[in-house]
Design a protein around this ligand. Structure first.
Ligand SMILES: Cc1cc2nc3c(=O)[nH]c(=O)nc-3n(C[C@H](O)[C@H](O)[C@H](O)COP(=O)(O)OP(=O)(O)OC[C@H]3O[C@@H](n4cnc5c(N)ncnc54)[C@H](O)[C@@H]3O)c2cc1C
Length: 418
């Protein structure tokens, strides 16, 4: 018989990606006893584009991590390709976020965040695969791991990514009507590795340009500054691509790239890998029964552009702030439950309108011909280009300082909450 070993804390965080590490760090900094359980061991790979936007930089600063000291690759904005045209767009100068982004492999990034959590006092336990929640009177009070251990706490955070088995075990399934994208990436040695722009292609051809199918979604090349680029493509509706051979699709799309960029099989490093993008709050409720969902577990990927790292860290910060207030009010009291439930309101207020617009955008770009028409006719106009850039990258000050901020803020305020 396996001997059960139980440890306890104020909060147990399940999953040690950006959402889990950010949640745990903020909690520990505020004085909570935190255990973070991660099934793999660092460094571990995560299929991603490795791109950190200015929103992510602002969160890193809040965590006390200076990207500039890490040796990561800085970038100044986006270079958008539409047909033969290309447009460069600097990250805007804003009050709320800096005007710089970075790229770094997730194997490195996630370890830095987990080490940071550990330094903040979090008990980081790797090789701990959570298998089930333990319930008492309908509330989660502990989780058990594959190797027979159990970890108890009055509040548990699900930061276990897109499939979030913990949420599913608590009856919180994916909302099928919300967008679930899929993205594919591979690394290539390339002379573009030292570029200062994140390249993005708004036309995704399934073969020769203008002589094959136009796919919904976009392609990217993110320079890593180490001789390689992270190159991939994102498709907004995974259900339409269930039977697709992504490796073959990538090869066909990459054949449309200029050969001097080096995105050919002989320059590929490692395998082509794909993973899901849970977008627009595709799992609810995010709070209840002692369990809070953060990051991909909450479906908190931006439906406009597939960015998820900053939302993972931000949602972790929101969750941590609510939990700290709940602990102070006396856990299991009505006042504490109320403040935990307030996490859902916080997410809704922060991104509800924006994600609703993004979910709508996803439905529109599911028709690539519309996207193509809009890109070809809209992007040459500087005001439209700038507004599109700011809207899709979610880069607007609140309250607004310029016309772009004000338009985006007004759209988000008028939209229903996702
Ligand atoms: C191809 C691709 C490209 C992308 N590119 C970008 C990009 O360039 N920029 C960007 O911002 N976003 C990007 N995203 C989205 C981004 O990767 C995610 O939104 C982000 O990783 C979410 O962080 P998270 O911490 O919520 O989840 P994850 O990063 O998935 O972390 C979850 C963690 O939980 C652990 N875990 C899972 N189950 C258990 C369990 N049972 N017990 C214990 N631990 C468990 C996992 O091992 C993992 O470490 C991309 C996604 C894909 C698929």
């Amino acid at each position: 018989m396996t001997r059960t070993f139980t440890e306890s804390a104020d909060v147990v965080v399940v999953g040690g990606g950006p959402a889990g590490s950010a949640t745990a760090t903020h909690l520990a900094r505020a004085g909570a006893r935190v255990i973070m359980l991660e099934k793999s061991a660092y460094p571990r790979e995560k299929v991603c584009g490795d791109g950190l936007t200015p929103r992510a930089m602002a969160e890193l600063t809040r965590l006390g991590i200076a990207a500039a000291d890490q040796g990561w690759k800085a970038n100044r904005g986006l270079r958008i390709h539409v047909g033969r045209a290309q447009y460069t767009m600097d990250w805007p100068t804003l009050t709320d976020v800096p005007d710089v982004g970075y790229t770094v492999r997730r194997s490195v990034f996630d370890q830095v965040l987990a080490d940071h959590a550990s330094q903040a006092g979090v008990q980081v336990i790797t090789g701990a695969t959570v298998t089930a929640p333990v319930l008492r009177r309908g509330r989660v009070t502990a989780v058990t791991t594959k190797d027979g251990r159990s970890f108890e706490a009055p509040v548990v955070v699900a930061a276990d990514g897109n499939s979030s088995r913990l949420s599913v075990a608590m009856g919180r399934h994916r909302i099928a009507s919300r967008p679930l994208g899929v993205a594919v990436r591979a690394y290539f040695t390339s002379p573009m590795s030292d570029e200062v722009w994140l390249d993005s292609w708004l036309e995704l051809w399934d073969g020769p340009v203008n002589r094959s199918h136009l796919l919904p979604g976009y392609g990217w090349s993110f320079p890593l500054g180490d001789g390689t680029c992270n190159v991939g493509l994102g498709l907004p509706d995974a259900s339409r691509f269930r039977d697709v051979d992504f490796r073959a699709l990538m090869t066909r799309w990459l054949a449309t790239m200029p050969p001097q960029w080096g995105f050919s099989v002989d320059h590929q490093v490692g395998a082509v890998a794909s993973a899901a993008l849970p977008m627009g709050f595709n799992r609810k409720p995010v709070a209840g029964s002692g369990l809070l969902l953060v990051g991909d577990a909450a479906g908190a990927v931006n439906p406009f552009n597939g960015e998820g790292i900053s939302y993972a860290m931000e949602s972790g910060r929101f969750a941590a702030e609510q939990i700290i207030q709940a602990l102070a009010r006396g856990i299991h009291t009505r006042a504490a439950d109320r403040v935990l439930a307030g996490y859902a309101t916080r997410l809704e207020q922060a991104w509800g309108g924006y994600f609703w617009l993004g979910n709508l955008f996803g439905r529109v770009i599911a028709h690539p011909a519309i996207m193509r028409l809009a890109a070809h006719h809209g992007l040459p106009i500087p005001v439209v280009r700038q507004l599109t850039h700011r809207l899709l990258a979610h880069l607007n000050d609140q309250p607004g300082h310029d016309g772009y901020d004000r338009v985006i803020n007004a759209l988000c305020a008028l939209a229903p909450k996702a």
